[in-house]
Design a protein around this ligand. Structure first.
Ligand code: ZN
Length: 386
């Protein structure tokens, strides 16, 4: 499902293409986050108008609300949310450990109480995979344990053993599904076919901030065999340089012909540094959450539209930007919307920010294509006030 088109001459940056049943995704790429099946405040048409190619949704949240039956009846997540492009669903491992209450890890799965109403659930690697099959997402993620930062080596080692065991069980369940759907042996590497199309399964490299454990994780996941590989458990409070070091040492151990996904990371600087180290896809709440907080991304840095200096500024956020916000509305009006707590302000800035991110990724791809990624990075970050 992933085709490596070319590598940058001077760095590990890669140009690639993922092919899914719901369309192609040019990499490097950024996925806006639609946790509960909605990119907050935006319609799918608006998301598409921003040149977004792929969305992320979260199995943990969708399992708790609205639940499998509702989505099954609606014909899968694509139909339910009216998004026809590719969707990647996170398994919810991270959410179980960060959001749920009274979370108890057992060998066969994880017991927890819903953060919404306190009711009890038990997730197994198999049950989460089956739920993602109901969702019909194009890319499914295995259940994993995301360890907090900092954690002791022996704890992370024990956790990794469990995560690897869960990854193996997820892959077995995935292969059994192939047999259930009557796929031919030759289709095995292409994933099971649901009513929503082919699905793929990615493994998640854990191992905390320990290089030896990251290597162990990669070796074991490659032996199990996945359609793509994600780096999890990063951007959890560790120093930025340490995260880059982990990415730099881990990515080269992954197969070249598979997608490299860095989970939950997506500031502008992190994107440049990680693309340079060979990452293909990203997801993060940064553009949409900032938009709802009155912060717009521009070529010179972040702009807080509530700031008094925009009260009488009748220029758009970004003259070069093609989004509906920049085409139709001035900073003065957006400033007013935020001052008056009007929902339209949240919508317009969210739209502008995901457009900005999509355009940035497009420019990064163009730069890799022309072997001038470092030059582009230097030029962009030289103007961008972090
Ligand atoms: Zn714009």
């Amino acid at each position: 499902m992933f085709k490596l088109i070319k590598k940058d001459r001077d760095t590990q940056a890669r140009l690639g293409k993922m092919t899914t049943s719901h369309g192609e995704v040019d990499t490097p790429n950024f996925m806006p986050v639609g946790t509960v099946g909605s990119v907050k405040t935006l319609t799918p048409d608006e998301i598409k108008s921003a040149d977004t190619q792929m969305l992320l949704a979260n199995a943990y949240h969708l399992f708790l609300r609205p639940g499998a039956e509702v989505i099954k009846q609606a014909g899968g997540l694509h139909n339910f949310m009216n998004w026809s492009g590719p969707i990647l669903t996170d398994s919810g491992g991270y959410q179980v450990f960060s959001l749920a209450q009274l979370c108890k890890i057992k060998d066969d799965g994880v017991e927890f109480k819903s953060h919404i109403d306190g009711s009890s659930f038990f997730f197994t690697p198999e049950s989460i995979l089956e739920f993602q099959q109901v969702l019909g997402s194009d890319i499914m993620m295995v259940l994993d344990e995301c360890v907090p930062y900092p954690s002791q080596h022996d704890y992370v080692k024990r956790s990794l053993k469990l995560t690897t065991d869960w990854a193996r069980r997820s892959r077995h369940r995935f292969l059994r599904c192939l047999e259930d759907t009557g796929s031919q042996q030759s289709d095995r590497n292409n994933g099971p076919i649901t009513t929503q199309g082919r699905q793929y399964l990615f493994g998640i490299v854990q191992g905390g901030m320990y290089f030896d454990l990251r290597k162990e994780a990669v070796d074991q996941l490659i032996e199990i065999g996945f359609d793509g590989y994600a780096l999890g458990g990063l951007s959890v409070g560790e120093p930025r340089e340490l995260m880059y070091d982990i990415v730099e040492s881990t990515i080269p151990m992954l197969p070249d012909n598979k997608t490299h996904y860095l989970m939950g990371v997506g500031t502008i600087i992190d994107i440049f540094e990680s693309v340079e180290r060979g990452v293909d896809i990203f997801d993060c709440v940064v553009p949409t959450r900032n938009g709802r907080n009155g912060v717009a991304f521009t070529a010179t840095g972040k702009m807080q539209i509530r700031n008094a200096r925009f009260k009488n500024d009748n220029t758009p956020i970004d003259r070069e930007c093609v989004c509906a916000c920049c085409k139709g509305y001035a900073r003065s009006y957006l400033h007013h919307l935020f001052k008056a707590n009007e929902i339209l302000g949240l919508r317009l800035l969210s739209l502008h920010n995901i457009t900005f991110y999509a355009k940035l990724m497009q420019n990064i791809r163009q730069a890799i294509k022309e072997d001038r990624f470092l030059e582009f990075k230097k030029e962009f970050l030289g103007n961008y006030n972090t």
